[in-house]
Design a protein around this ligand. Structure first.
Ligand code: NAD
Ligand code: 6OD
Length: 485
C-alpha cells in the first residue's frame, strides 16, 4: 500500500496541492504520493530556518548540538528496518547493501560529525603592537546561516546525512530537498528529527523537482546563505547560475567518469574483485564507479575474459532475496538514458563483450527498470561513451602500453572525481597516484572510506571538499576577533 510523503516545515508535516508519484524501480509499483512544495512552502521553510537561528538553536553549545545529533542517530537505529525498506522501495538496491552501507552510514555520519563538533577548536594568535602591549586574535566558527541541501537518488540517506550532519554540527539551520526519485528515507529522517526534539525550523524538508520547482527555488532564494549539492555536473552549472544572485557559498560533489588502471604487476584476483565492485556496485550508480577500465596490454585479453565471467555471474534479483548482488536502475527514464548509451556504443563501433540489453524475468520485474551488466571494448578515447558519464552497470575496457600512457588515458577526461590503481609495486602506486587528476585515488582498493579524509573532485567533478574538518570549514563562517591589550 502506498503512503503519502509530506513536507516538513517549521516543525509540522504539511501537504501541498500538487502531488507526484514515487515509483518502485523493481516492478513499477507505486511507493508513495509525494507532496510537491510550492514557492510559499519554500518561503515558509526559509522563514522558519531564520527564526530558528535567532532562537534557542542559535544559543546552543557545540556539545548540546552534538548530543542532539547523537539522538537523531539513535532514532535512525531504532527505525533501522523502516529506513532499509524505504531505501529499497525507492531504489531497488539489494537489501544487503542498504543494511551494511546506506542506513548504517546515515547514523555514522551523524555520530561522526557530533564528535567533530565536540572537539572543534578555533585559532588564536598573539599579535605584536607598536606600544608593546600587544593584541590577541582569535577566530569563531559561526554558522553560515540557512543551508539548502540538494541531494541525488543513488545513495539517498547516506548522501543527505553526509551534508545535514556537519551543517547542523556547526549550528546552521537547513532546508533539505531529496531527489524526487527517492524521497522515502528523507521523510523518515524528518520524523526522526521531530521525535528527537530538533528545535522547530532547524531541519526542514521540501519535496519536488529541480528546474522550475523546489531545486531552483532553493538555489535562487535570497534567504538561503549556502547551497550544498550532490548530483550531475550540468545541474551544478544550473545551480551555480541561480545561486549567483546573492553570492551563495557553494559546495558541489558532481559527476565522474572514473578510471581504473590495472598494471601488469597487479594482484589479478584483487584487481578483478575490486573492478567488479567498482563497475557494478549499486547497479553502477555510485559517483565513484569506474566506467573506464585501462588494463596493461599483457593482461588485457585475460582480464576482459575474467571480467566477462564475473559480470555474467552477478546475481541480479529481488532486493530482499538472499545473494542478490545487483538490482535495477533507479527509474525507467534513467534506464532509457543508459540504454541509449548501450545503443550509442554499438553505433560508435564498440564490441559488446557482454550485456547491452534488458533482462527478461517473466514476472512483475519486467515492469521495472532493469538492465544487463555490460562490458564494451574497442572504442576510441574520443567516443561519447568514453567521455560522458553513463551512470549504469557498464564499463569500457582498453589496453595501455606503459605507465605514461596509462596516466594520459586516465587524465583524458573532463571529469576528475576518483581513480583506482591496481599494482603490487607501491612506488609505482605513489608515482601514478600523484599524476592522476582526481580528488580521490585508491591504490589496491575502491570506495574504502575514512570519513576524516577530503572528499570531492577536480575539473567537472566538483568544487570544494567535504569530509571531516573540510565539511566543518565549509559550513562555518570564520570570524576574526582582535582584542587590543
Ligand atoms: P541530478 O543532478 O539530476 O539531481 C540531483 C538533485 O538536484 C535532485 O534533487 C534534483 O531534483 C536536483 N536538481 C536537478 N536540477 C536542478 C536545478 N536546475 N536546480 C536545482 N536542483 C536541481 O543528479 P541525480 O541524477 O539525482 O544523481 C546522479 C548524478 O549525481 C551523477 O552525475 C553522479 O555522478 C552524481 N553524484 C555525485 C556524487 C559525488 O559525491 N561527487 C555523489 C553521488 C552522485
Ligand atoms: O561515502 C561518502 O561519504 C560519499 N560522499 C559517497 C559518495 C558516493 C557517490 O555516489
Amino acid at each position: 500500500m502506498s503512503r503519502d510523503i509530506k513536507n516538513y516545515v517549521a516543525g509540522r508535516f504539511v501537504e501541498s496541492a500538487n502531488v507526484f508519484e514515487d515509483i518502485n524501480p523493481v516492478d513499477g509499483s507505486l511507493v508513495a504520493r509525494v507532496h510537491e512544495a510550492d514557492e510559499s512552502t519554500v518561503d515558509a521553510a526559509v522563514e522558519a530556518a531564520r527564526e530558528a537561528l535567532a532562537g534557542p538553536w542559535g544559543a546552543m553549545t557545540a556539545a548540546e548540538r552534538a548530543a542532539l545529533l547523537e539522538g537523531i542517530a539513535d532514532g535512525i537505529d531504532r527505525r533501522f528496518d523502516e529506513f532499509v525498506a524505504a531505501e529499497i522501495a525507492d531504489t531497488g538496491k539489494p537489501a544487503s547493501q542498504a543494511r551494511t552501507l546506506d542506513v548504517p552510514r546515515g547514523g555514522a555520519n551523524l555520530r561522526f560529525f557530533a564528535n567533530l563538533a565536540r572537539s572543534a577548536s578555533g585559532e588564536y594568535f598573539d599579535t605584536a603592537t607598536p606600544d608593546g602591549k600587544g593584541a590577541i586574535n582569535y577566530s569563531l566558527a559561526k554558522p553560515l546561516g540557512v543551508v539548502g541541501i540538494i541531494s541525488p537518488w543513488n545513495l539517498p540517506l547516506l548522501l543527505l546525512t553526509w551534508k545535514v550532519a556537519p551543517a547542523l554540527a556547526v549550528g546552521n539551520a537547513v532546508i533539505a530537498k531529496p531527489s524526487e526519485e527517492t524521497p522515502g528515507s528523507a521523510a523518515l529522517l524528518a520524523e526522526v528529527m521531530h521525535d528527537a526534539g530538533v528545535p522547530t525550523g532547524v531541519f526542514n524538508l521540501v519535496n519536488g523537482f529541480g528546474p522550475g520547482s523546489v531545486g531552483e527555488l532553493l538555489a535562487a532564494h535570497r534567504g538561503i546563505d549556502a547551497i550544498t549539492f550532490t548530483g550531475e555536473s550540468a545541474t551544478g552549472t544550473a545551480i551555480m547560475r541561480a545561486a549567483a544572485a546573492n553570492v551563495k557559498a557553494l559546495s558541489f560533489e558532481l559527476g565522474g567518469k572514473n578510471a581504473a588502471i590495472i598494471f601488469e604487476d597487479a594482484d589479478v584476483e584483487a584487481a578483478l574483485d575490486g573492478t567488479v565492485r567498482s563497475v557494478f556496485s549499486n547497479c553502477g550508480q555510485v559517483c565513484l564507479c569506474s566506467e573506464r577500465v585501462y588494463v596493461h596490454e599483457s593482461l588485457f585479453d585475460e582480464f576482459v575474459s575474467l571480467l566477462k565471467d564475473r559480470a555474467e555471474s552477478l546475481r541480479i534479483g529481488w532486493p530482499e532475496e538472499a545473494g542478490t548482488e545487483m538490482g535495477p536502475l533507479v527509474s525507467r527514464s534513467h534506464r532509457d538514458k543508459v540504454l541509449s548509451y548501450y545503443d550509442l556504443a554499438r553505433q560508435e563501433g564498440a564490441k559488446v563483450v557482454t550485456g547491452g540489453g534488458v533482462p527478461v524475468f517473466g514476472d512483475a520485474r519486467d515492469d521495472g527498470a532493469w538492465v544487463e551488466p555490460t562490458i564494451i571494448t574497442g572504442l576510441p578515447e574520443t567516443a561519447r561513451c568514453i567521455q560522458e558519464e553513463i551512470f549504469g552497470p557498464v564499463c569500457h575496457v582498453a589496453p595501455f602500453r606503459d605507465e605514461a600512457e596509462a596516466v594520459a588515458l586516465a587524465n583524458g577526461s573532463a571529469y576528475g572525481l576518483a581513480a583506482a590503481i591496481w599494482t603490487t609495486d607501491l612506488a609505482r602506486g605513489h608515482r601514478v597516484a600523484r599524476q592522476v587528476e582526481a580528488g580521490i585515488i585508491w591504490v589496491n582498493a575502491w570506495y574504502l572510506r575514512d570519513l576524516r579524509t577530503p572528499f570531492g573532485g577536480v575539473k567537472l567533478s566538483g568544487i570544494g571538499r567535504e569530509g571531516g574538518l573540510h565539511s566543518m570549514r565549509f559550513y562555518a563562517e570564520p570570524t576574526n576577533i582582535c582584542i587590543k591589550l
